[in-house]
Structure formats: C-alpha cells, structure tokens
Design a protein around this ligand. Sequence first.
Ligand code: TPP
Length: 370
Amino acid sequence: MKSESVTVVNAKKQFDEIALQFETFRILNEEGVVINEDAMPDLTVEQLKELMRRMVYTRILDERSISLNRQGRLGFYAPTAGQEASQIASQFALEKEDFILPGYRDVPQIIWHGLPLYQAFLFSRGHYHGNQMPEGVNCLAPQIIIGAQYIQATGVALGFKKRGKNSVAIAYTGDGGASQGDFYEGMNFAGAFKAPVIFVVQNNGYAISTPVEKQSAAATIAQKAVAVGIAGVQVDGMDPLAVYAAVRDARERAIKGKGPTLIETLTYRYGPHTMSGDDPTRYRTKEIDNEWHDVDPLVRFRKFLEAKGLWNEEEEKKVIEQAKEDIKAAIQKADQYPKQKVTDLIENMYEKMPVNLQEQYEIYKEKESK
Ligand SMILES: Cc1ncc(C[n+]2csc(CCOP(=O)(O)OP(=O)(O)O)c2C)c(N)n1
C-alpha cells in the first residue's frame, strides 16, 4: 500500500482542539456583573433571592456543623464552605421528582431536596435513621464509596425512562471520583441508552491531598464526555447563575431524550477534606486559599443582588438567625431520637431477614430488652 493512501491523524492537534472546546462557562464575573447576558437563566426575583438565602443558610450550617463536630456532638462531617454555588444552585435547578445520588459532601443538596435537618445530623452520627429518606424525598443516602453513585444514577435514570417519567437523576462526585472506573462505566452506559442523567463533578482541586493534575493528564474533566459520546461542559463552580443554567439546560435535554451530560464545576473547599484529621495547610498555600476566597460565590451573588436592590444586610441577618434557630432545634431533635440498637441495624439491613441473622437478632432482642 502506498503511504499516500494512509490517512495520517494529527493526534496532537485533535487533543489540543478538544481541550479548547471546553472553555469555562460563566455568567457572573467576580464583581457580580453579568458578562454573558444571553445565557442568563429565566429566574424570578423571588427565585434569585431564594437561591441567595439557601447559600447563606448553608454557609451557616457548615460553620455550625464544624463546631458541633468539635464539641463531639456530630460524627462524620465533610465541610462544604466554598462549594455553595456548585451544590445549592445545581439542586435549585431540579424538580422535586428528580432523584439525587450524592457523595458524602453533598448533604446540603439532599437537605434542600427535603431531608429534614435532624436526619442529616443523625446521618453524621452513623444512625440508620439518617439514611431513611422520608416518602417523596427522592435521594439516596450520601455515598462514601468514591464514584459508585455514577452507576446507580444511570440505573435510576433508566428506570425513569422506562416508566415514561419526565424526571432526571443527578449524581455528584469530586475530581477524585472522576479517576474511578465507576465514573466511566456509569457515563458510558448512560450515553449508550440515552439515560436522563446529569453527572456533576465538583472539581475542588484535590482528592484529599492529591491535586487534580496528578489524577489525569486531561486538560479538563469535562472533556471526558467526548469519549463516551455525551455532552460535557466546564462551569465556573463559584458562579451560582452559571451552575444553575448548566444544570437546567442538561435537565431539559435529558427529558427530551437527548441523553446525559457531564458537568465539571471548578470550585474549592475552604475547610479540610473532613473533620477526621486532614490538615490542608500541608498541601495548599495561603495564597491559593486567598485566590479562591476572592471569587467566593456568596460575595459575588450578594454584589449582583445588591446592585439590583434585592438584597441587604437586614435580609441576610434574618436568614442567619433562622438558620441558627433551625440548627439548634434539629440537633436537639437528633439528641432525643432513640439510640441506635443492634436489632435496628439487623432489621434495616434486609427486606427479609436471612435465617442466620434471625438467630443473632433473637439474642440481641433479649439483651436489649433488659
Ligand atoms: C472507592 C474508594 N476509594 C478510596 C476512598 C477513600 N477516600 C475517601 S474521600 C477520598 C478523596 C475523594 O476526593 P474527591 O472525589 O475529589 O472528592 P472531594 O472529597 O474533594 O469532594 C478518598 C480517596 C473511598 N472512600 N472510596
């Protein structure tokens, strides 16, 4: 065969071009000024204010949760401050019937989807009732196994599709999650079957202490969508309007049968990985912290609303007081909830108790009745 007949692929050029197509989608700049008017989502004044309220509330919830953890009143806790635009604005773009498959840091989304606060505190304490979603709250319990919820989300979405429902599943993971096999497997299957699912990667730069550059040679996580033939977008994860618009758009396409979307949000967690001993000063500098604080989602959105005369200090204070009151009541309710027993664990593990556990169950029932 003559060499001229062979098509030579300029792979380097192709790769570079792919990365270029994934420029960061943004609507608000750091000063809270709209720089992408065409992409402005259709939100009412009340919805814009509600989005701000939820972000302020969630920041307080994070502060209080950290302090409750330090007092020994909460157990496992993964801080959320810095990630409010990625978390709260993405949930805000959903409908109640949509199904959330969260990771351990995504407790705020499931609270705003309907999980009572006292149950979120029980989840933190490892109490089974923290994982029992009330009827009509369409969420799974936060997943600790990194990336596993990507496969589960595809299954939930296919269920919606088979039943002809106009609902979507949304799965959250971090940048570390995008290094897992489950991430590719879930997206690949969803793409092939056009499952109505939204895959969100909150890229906060680190999987505990491992920087994202050490997890992948790809210039963006969003471009990984290309390999499985689905839509992908990289979003400024500190811009609540951009996150909202991207998720809303992905949702609309999903329910129209156009398949899944991978959304990478560029964000940052201000605190440690979890409250179980991580020290971020060992792998991040103060300068990096400051750079991200300068683009804080609450500051940016506050400026945007204030310029329109829709937000002020008084309004913010009201939200803060409400959050503190709710948190106090919820932790008291969690304290009063019956302590977890071994029999509770066995009862809640299987729909039908296996025979081998039945024996142990009887032993504990006897012990716990004393
Ligand atoms: C399958 C699996 N491997 C390892 C771990 C241990 N682990 C817990 S959190 C974490 C880092 C995850 O980072 P990322 O996905 O970026 O999420 P982030 O915590 O930044 O939100 C690891 C490796 C785990 N929970 N599950």
